[in-house]
Design a protein around this ligand. Structure first.
Ligand SMILES: Nc1nc2c(c(=O)[nH]1)N[C@H]1C(S)=C(S)[C@@H](COP(=O)(O)O)O[C@H]1N2
Ligand SMILES: [Mo]
Length: 334
């Protein structure tokens, strides 16, 4: 059905979409974003559907015995691993490899794939032609998407019928881990961060030019909220968090303020949109007990509706900022 040129262009478009929707899938934390996780799955399966055609193109290319073919083998191997890990994780057949969630590997290898794909596109270029947008090709693209949807639906149905763990995922794709049992909730720390030792008597919360001790913070009226911590590495936990609403601490919002900056003792920080202010809580307890060191003792941010990487642990400073929230890396660098 597909000539080599179309196979390559279709594959490239699918890969670009897969990367874009993949970023969207780890970004979204509210049900409004559920569609992007679905789209990521559909696009991923469309890449799988293209494998038979691409292997024909590849067999042809191998005969030319270029030295760089080893790089291409590596690319192919990594791409297949990304697809396999995505499917293994989504169906729940393989939840972890080594001491990492399968999704973690999926993301890590996909990121490693980016430079290889860019190299490949430049090394084996296919220049766009006007005829690429012909009716016939659009029809082909439609057929291909139809195939993708059919295979996706079949896989989803199998997952449901076989009662695989994948059926019990949240709309973000994450698996439940330790809800209402904080002791069973995983710890997640970025590679370049680590749990700091905290002396509760010398700990201070910096609020602009004010400094609060833990006792000062305890004098504010506290609230208990139910919120879901959903890590981009593929697990989530709903807990009851108790602490001081940030809006009670930052009361002098001025017209120029655009975000709330929350910084950790370790230097890790996030700028949250000012519109979040009313939902943010500086939690000192979870499930009725004080936070453990790994979960952010003495104080951590609870950011309902946002993915885990916004939930800054070991908070040292909270301030109103003039910087817009989007003027920061979308994800922490490591
Ligand atoms: N200071 C700091 N805060 C952090 C992190 C970190 O590495 N350093 N990891 C974030 C990520 S990615 C997640 S998913 C949650 C995990 O919270 P938990 O370890 O309490 O489960 O904390 C967030 N807060
Ligand atoms: Mo995370």
């Amino acid at each position: 059905m597909l000539p080599p040129r179309n196979t390559n262009l279709a594959l490239l478009s699918a890969l670009v979409l897969a990367f874009a929707t993949g970023i969207g899938a780890v970004w979204t934390g509210s049900a409004r974003g559920a569609w992007i996780v679905l789209a990521h799955g559909l696009v991923g399966i469309t890449v799988v559907v293209l494998i038979p055609w691409k292997s024909r193109v590849v067999r042809h290319g191998i005969r030319r015995r270029r030295l760089t073919r080893w790089l291409s083998y590596l690319l192919a191997l990594m791409a297949l691993t990304v697809l396999a890990s995505g499917i293994a994780y989504a169906t729940g057949v393989i939840r972890a490899v080594g001491d990492r969630e399968t999704l973690w590997w999926h993301v890590a290898i996909a990121l490693g794939l980016i430079p290889l794909v860019i190299w490949h596109v430049f090394a084996r270029p296919a220049r766009p032609r006007r005829t690429d947008l012909s009716r016939r090709n659009l029809l082909r693209a439609g057929t291909l998407a139809g195939f993708g949807i059919a295979v996706y639906a079949a896989l989803a149905a199998t997952t449901t019928v076989a009662q695989l763990p994948g059926t019990r995922r949240r709309f973000t794709g994450s698996y439940e881990a330790g809800s209402f049992q904080p002791a069973a909730m995983p710890y997640t720390i970025w590679l370049n961060d680590s749990t700091p030792p905290v002396d509760p008597s010398s700990w201070r919360l910096s609020l602009g030019d004010r400094r609060l001790t833990l006792t000062d913070l305890g004098r504010y009226r506290q609230e208990t909220v139910r919120a879901t911590l959903d890590c981009t590495s593929g697990w989530y936990a709903t807990q009851t968090w108790t602490g001081v609403p940030v809006a009670r601490l930052l009361t002098d919002v001025a017209p120029g303020h655009r975000s709330v900056r929350v910084r950790s003792l370790t230097g890790y920080d996030r700028y949250l949109p000012l519109s979040d202010l009313d939902h943010l809580v500086l939690a000192v307890a979870v499930g009725g007990a004080p936070l453990t060191p790994g979960h952010g003792y003495p104080v951590r941010l609870v950011a309902p509706g946002r993915r885990g990487f916004w939930w800054v642990k070991w908070v040292a400073a909270v301030e109103l900022s003039r910087r817009p929230w989007w003027a920061q890396p979308p994800f922490p660098p490591t």
